[in-house]
Each structure stands twice: as C-alpha cells, then as structure tokens.
Design a protein around this ligand. Structure first.
Ligand SMILES: Cc1cc2nc3c(=O)[nH]c(=O)nc-3n(C[C@H](O)[C@H](O)[C@H](O)COP(=O)(O)OP(=O)(O)OC[C@H]3O[C@@H](n4cnc5c(N)ncnc54)[C@H](O)[C@@H]3O)c2cc1C
Length: 464
C-alpha cells in the first residue's frame, strides 16, 4: 500500500523523538505518534555518559543540550566509609547531567519543526499486517476524537519504552526487575566533588547522585528486590541504609527533601535484546533492550542504536523497496548487539558487584589504585570503549586483584578469596552468554580500534 510516510514512529520518547530529529532534516517523511507530548517530571535518563554526548555530537544534535541548565560532568567519585577516590573521564570527554523532561521537549521541538514530520496525538494499539504477515503500519486511538485510526508506512519503529505494547510481536524476551530506584531532588546541595557523578558504597546497597541543574542534584537510591517498596519499607530503608551514610555537606538538602516527600519510585529492568526480525518493523530503545541504570548507560545505548539504524536506512535510495528495508533491519540488529554488549554487561555486573560485600570492597580498592586499569574501566563505563576484550580483562583483573588482596591481608582469608572468585564468575558468565556472540567477540578482540566509533558507517551515507 502506498503511504504518505516513509517511517511511522511509535513513541516520541528519548529514542523515538531523537531518531525523528536526526532523520527528518534529511527529508525522510515521518509520522511521530505519542499519547502525551507534554513535559514530564521523570527520574530516568538524567545523566548522559560521554558516549551519549559523543553520539549527539556525531549526529549534529548536541545543541539540544543547551539552554536549560544542563550540567557538565567530568568523571566519577566513589565514596566508602571515610575513604574516597575520583576518576576523570578519559581524553577530556565530558558527561552531562540534566532534567530529562526539559531535554526531551527540546528534542521533540527539534523533530517537529521539520515539515517532513507529522505529529500525531494518540495511543498506538496494534501493528497492522498484510496477507503475508508483513507489518504495514499501526492502528491508534486518536487523543482528540477517541476514534480508532490507522497509519501506514513501509517501516514502523516501535520505541514505546519499557512497558512496550509490541514486544509480543517483535521480541522473544521477558523483562525482569532487578531492583527499584527511589528518586529525589536535593535543592541547593553541595556535593563532595562538584561536577562529578557520585557512587556511595558505604551502605548495604548503593546510591548515586549527580547535578541536573544549577542548583539541583538528583539522588537515586537503590531498593533491592523485585517488589515495589511499600511506604513503611521505603522509610525504614532510608533511615537504616541511606541517612547514616549521607555526607555532611549534603545533609541539610537531604533532610529538607525527606521532609518535603515527593519521592518517585521506578523499577530497574534487565532485558537482553532478542528481536524477532519481521518485515516492516523494528524495535528501538527500552522496548528492545534494558540494563540496570546504575551506570547511566541507557541513553548511550539508545543514541548509538539510532546512529546504527539510521546509517543503514540512509544508505537506501528511498523507502520503496521493502526487501531492502528488511536487510537493513537485520544489519541493524546484528551491529547493535556488539556495540551495546559492554554497556549491558557492565551495568548489570556492576550492580551485582555493588551488592556483594567482598566484590564491592575489591572494586573500590581496584579503582583507588588509579592508573591504566582505572582509566580503562571508566572508558567502558563512559561508553567510549566498546571492546569486549577490555571489559572481560578488567573484570578478571578486578576479581583476581580482590582475591589476592584478601590473601595478602591474611592467609586465613583464602576461603573468602575463593568465594569472591566464584561470585565474580557467576555474575559475569550469564551476562556474557546473553550479550556477546562469539563471532562478534573474536572480531572485537582482533580489532585495533580502541574506542568504538559508532559512526564509522556515516562515511558511506549522506543522502541529499
Ligand atoms: C530509574 C532509571 C534511571 C535511569 N537513569 C538513566 C541515566 O541517568 N542515564 C541514561 O543514559 N539512562 C538512564 N536510564 C535509562 C533511560 O532513561 C532509558 O533507556 C530511555 O529513557 C529509553 O528511552 P525510550 O525512548 O525507549 O523510552 P521512553 O523515553 O520511556 O519513551 C517512550 C515513549 O513512548 C510513549 N508511548 C508509550 N506507549 C505508547 C503507545 N501505546 N502509543 C504511543 N506512545 C506511547 C511514551 O509516552 C513515551 O513518550 C534510566 C532508567 C531508569 C529506569
């Protein structure tokens, strides 16, 4: 069926709005559908790692970070008891802390200013198929009239976030909840290390903070388990596991925030990407793939996916050949897996490490030593180093360093050292199995490229 659109994008969130903002100026005709285009106050996607910032720069979209008090982040600070260590991002790269809602509105405005984008207020309901079971568009409930309508396009991108309605059609995986994040904003808060992301390791579970505007700091507190914390449990968790470990300089802002309430609680999911490749549709963003947000890797993955998918789509002369679109979708799924494996493995491995006393101490000491290992580790966290060999090497170094350190302290610690190695192995093994395919790994191992260049493809593209 001939359609007035090249692409129909379901969900104008971080993924959907950004790919629309990137592709629309290149003349691609886009229908952008969402049931809500208003600014929301969310606790997600507020720290952009340098890898995400780099992707925006490479797409020519970094100006979207300007004009709303987004904050520069230079690196990380880890705090445990009375000790701390800081690690700068490598090679002068910078991260950014921001209000997700404000950032998203800028991206949406940038997409919608293009004549080739049609904004559609509505809730997407069902993918439409032809007689060959190819996807040809989507039905939606129009927000104004409540009528059920349809949009047709040769390609439908489902980017409707972590509660995606379309996984049953396009994915083979189930999401699992690893823990919850309790989010609160601290006003006029002095952090121990300005312009740094902070990871607090003193309590039984980690909490993190980073600046999101000139006078606001986002505090995200982990609540372990897969059950939504009830009010009294949440209160008890804060009193016992968080309040005693808040540094003195943050205490006033923290206590004021506690009095005012207004916590937001969000589930932290893990879901490896297991796409079902179908003609006419492709998944993007949290709908396809999720990892623990401890490392702030979500948007790095989303933006690099957008670069990879776009580069494949822009290599086509137009959107008339559905077989060619299908080939491009396959290529995107293949390429994105190796591009994102480090982000996914690190996020979930680090969360497990931080929840394990022996490994938590080891990681702190390991990074405290500084030097090349700390630099390589932060470049992986920053989303700049996507080589699987680097990640596996650093994880092994960490485990052996921790085990050796225990034995060096006291030979009687040998059973603890063995447990540490055992735990480390069982943390990393299933993640590697889920995220890395051996062919991609061999490829990356022999590659001489230190930093994964997400836009190595762009040289080939550029349509008028
Ligand atoms: C607690 C938490 C903290 C996080 N912190 C960070 C961080 O600091 N840094 C980072 O990089 N990542 C972070 N992430 C991850 C990051 O926020 C996500 O990866 C990113 O927002 C995913 O973007 P998305 O477009 O897939 O989903 P979303 O941004 O959620 O967008 C989905 C869009 O789809 C729309 N939609 C949904 N259903 C329909 C429908 N049926 N019809 C039409 N529209 C629909 C929604 O209205 C929404 O606009 C965090 C995640 C969590 C849970």
């Amino acid at each position: 069926m001939k359609s007035e659109f090249d692409i129909c994008i379901i969900g104008a969130g971080m993924a959907g709005a950004t790919i629309a903002a990137y592709l629309a100026p290149k003349g691609i005709k886009i229908a952008l559908i969402d049931h809500c285009f208003k600014e929301k106050k969310r606790i997600v996607g507020e720290l952009l790692q340098p890898g995400a910032v780099l992707s925006l720069e490479q797409m020519g979209l970094s100006h979207l970070l300007e004009g709303f008090e987004a904050q520069t982040v230079k690196g990380y600070a880890l705090l445990q008891g009375n000790e701390h260590t800081t690690i700068a991002y490598p090679d002068q790269h910078l991260g950014v802390g921001l209000h997700n809602g404000r950032f998203l509105q800028q991206i949406r405005a940038s997409a919608l200013q293009n004549e080739s984008v049609t904004q559609i207020y509505g809730k997407a309901l069902q993918l439409l198929e032809n007689e060959r079971s190819e996807i040809i568009g989507v039905s939606y409930r129009d927000s104004m009239s409540s009528e059920i309508k349809s949009i047709y396009a040769p390609l439908t991108i489902t980017s409707d976030g972590f509660f995606s309605n379309f996984r049953a059609d396009l994915s083979n995986n189930e999401k699992t909840v690893t823990s919850y994040f309790i989010g609160v904003i601290l006003q006029n808060c002095d952090m121990p290390f300005p312009k740094h992301g902070h990871v607090f390791l003193s309590g039984p579970t980690p909490f993190i903070c980073y600046p999101i505007s000139n006078n606001e700091v986002r505090l995200l507190i982990d609540f372990p388990g897969d059950q939504l914390p009830r009010k009294h449990l949440l209160q008890a968790h804060l009193e016992t596991n968080v309040t005693p470990y808040i540094p003195e300089c943050m205490r006033n802002s923290y206590e004021q925030a506690l009095q005012e309430g207004g916590f937001k609680v969000m589930p932290n999911h893990y879901m490896a990407a297991k796409p079902i490749v179908r003609k006419g549709a492709v998944m993007l963003g949290d709908a396809l793939n999720m990892r623990h947000p401890l490392t702030g890797g979500g948007l790095t993955a989303v933006f690099s996916d957008i670069q990879i998918l776009s580069s494949h789509l822009l290599a086509m002369p137009d959107f008339n050949n559905t077989d060619l679109i299908h080939e491009k979708i396959e290529a995107y799924y293949r390429d994105r897996q190796s591009a994102n494996a480090n982000l996914n493995i690190l996020a979930n491995a680090l969360y497990a490490v931080m929840s394990n006393d022996l490994l938590k101490k080891a990681v702190f000491k390991f990074l405290q030593c500084g030097g090349a290992n700390a630099q390589e580790s932060i470049s992986i966290l920053a989303g700049l180093n996507r080589k699987h060999s680097s990640l596996i090497k650093q994880f092994c170094f960490l485990a052996f360093f921790g085990a050796f350190d225990l034995v060096r302290e006291q030979i009687l610690n040998l059973p603890k050292a063995i447990k540490l190695l055992w735990d480390a192995f069982f943390i990393i093994k299933p993640l590697i199995k889920n995220e890395i395919n051996l062919f991609a790994f061999a490829n990356s191992y022999f590659s001489k490229i230190k930093y994964f260049p997400p836009l190595s493809y762009t040289a080939k593209i550029q349509r008028p």
